[in-house]
Design a protein around this ligand. Sequence first.
Ligand code: ATP
Length: 365
Amino acid sequence: MACVNVSAVDPQRTSKKRIAVIPGDGIGQEVIPQALKVIRASGADVEMSEFDWGADRYLRDGMTVPPDGFTMLGRDFDAIFAGAFGDPRVKTNIHAKEILLGMRFKMDLYANVRPVRLLDAALCPLKGVEPKDVDFVVIRENTEGAYTDAGGVFKQGTPDEIAIQEDINTHKGVERVIRYAFEYCEEHRKLDGSPRGRVLMCDKSNAMTHAGGLWQRVFRDVSGEHPQIAAQTMYVDALCMQLVRDPRPFDVIVTNNMFGDIITDLAAGLQGGLGLAASGNIHPGKTSMFEPVHGSAPPIAGKNVANPIGAILTAAMMLEHLGLTQEGGKIEGAVLEAVKQKQTTQDIGGTLGTREAGEWVAEKI
Ligand code: ATP
């Protein structure tokens, strides 16, 4: 795999959008090449540079991210397209933490945007649910909450062991992600062209009163600035039940890092599985990072069975974010057709391999 010399990318040289591609580990190395093929087929005017950050590189020379890696990504690229990170050979998972969480935290990509759309009724485990019934977006806070790894252990390995995992919620962090959710709701339409109009904030403020209280107060203040958008709150446990009972009422959901992680896996189930789900890690105005929701999936890696659609839809989302809306739309249209005609991998009822499924979408475009 090519590793681009950092200095080889001159931001003045081209008006093309510049994309840093980091396939990473496991099935990331299989699905990302298919998505790149599809991006090229869409005719998008982009320049893509590949980086070999991941487990192989770490095991070879101990490098996870070069010393100025995140600065370079922010300076030289308009977007980052990442695969997945995690490899059973790296027991500590240190490379995945440094690369993936590094991008999210150090590049301050505070809004994790995960659209949840049902592409075909046959993919939904719920009875009588049509594609138009599942079209919502989860916006997950991405830089704080329970995932900052703040905390510690005391008397480890003894019966008196104490483990503390802190849940960090700052006014700034909560406010900007809630604000982003309202702005997203105003600016984005549903797949059928109808406007979005509701933002639901999910928390557990009845049990986690300190953090929940902050989220409740900020949500009330920010929703007051958007009177045309319906605002609602729901506890995370009730939300999980409602999503499974009837996903129709949901539109834009905003929540913290941990609840967002859990809800989006549940939501991926409503869509037909992890292999279909796309996401963006966004800080408006800064270089943002796009990645499929699934991980490196070691049990199926290297077998040409991973579904490339999550990565392909992620590519479409990235192009739309970069202003290449026509190209993104073309990709989404071709994916829809692939799903309808069952020209897909086995996990969603097709018979194709990863490569063949990617090629079908590229040729359709
Ligand atoms: P992470 O913690 O990094 O998110 P994970 O262990 O929760 O990862 P994944 O690696 O995403 O989970 O995968 C879990 C399982 O889901 C896989 O073993 C596989 O069966 C299925 N899966 C995930 N992605 C795909 C895909 N693209 N195509 C088909 N199946 C997939």
